[in-house]
Design a protein around this ligand. Structure first.
Ligand SMILES: [Ca+2]
Ligand SMILES: [Ca+2]
Ligand SMILES: [Ca+2]
Length: 127
């Protein structure tokens, strides 16, 4: 969570890492209503790479996952921080990027040797 975003102290979050704000000096009679704290719930995106044996673009019950496929997540958090994460699919074809900040992300799947991709890469947005 980033502090002091957006240029309006009445609306921004002021709590940084550890939930702490910097010191603020209050004078006699002062009423400071600019100290706020924004929170989000972690987001995740996944989840599966498989062999589409009939090439219809749909996971059918008889079609098995493909392990060891590289998957890259790139994008930006809601406060504009760039993100690049890499993983590979588990032996059952599953993968997961979790504990993500809200933002806009794209997934890029490596193509296993000897295969051709069925579905294009999509952009995904979490809010
Ligand atoms: Ca502020
Ligand atoms: Ca504020
Ligand atoms: Ca299929």
């Amino acid at each position: 969570m980033a502090a002091d975003q957006g240029g309006n102290d009445a609306l921004d979050s002021d709590a940084g890492m550890g939930g702490m704000t910097p010191n603020e000096v209050l004078t006699s009679g002062e009423n400071n209503t600019t100290y706020d704290a924004g929170f989000y719930q972690p987001a995740s995106i996944g989840d599966y790479v498989w062999e589409d044996t009939d090439g219809d673009g749909v996971q059918d019950g008889t079609e098995a996952g493909i392990g060891g496929v590289p998957v890259t997540l790139t994008g930006t958090t809601g406060d504009g921080q760039p993100v690049t994460l890499n993983t590979t699919t588990a032996p059952d074809g599953s993968y997961l990027f979790d504990n993500l900040e809200p933002g806009t992300y794209k997934l890029t799947f490596g193509t296993p040797a000897g295969y051709t991709p069925v579905a294009p890469t999509r952009a995904a947005t979490t809010h």
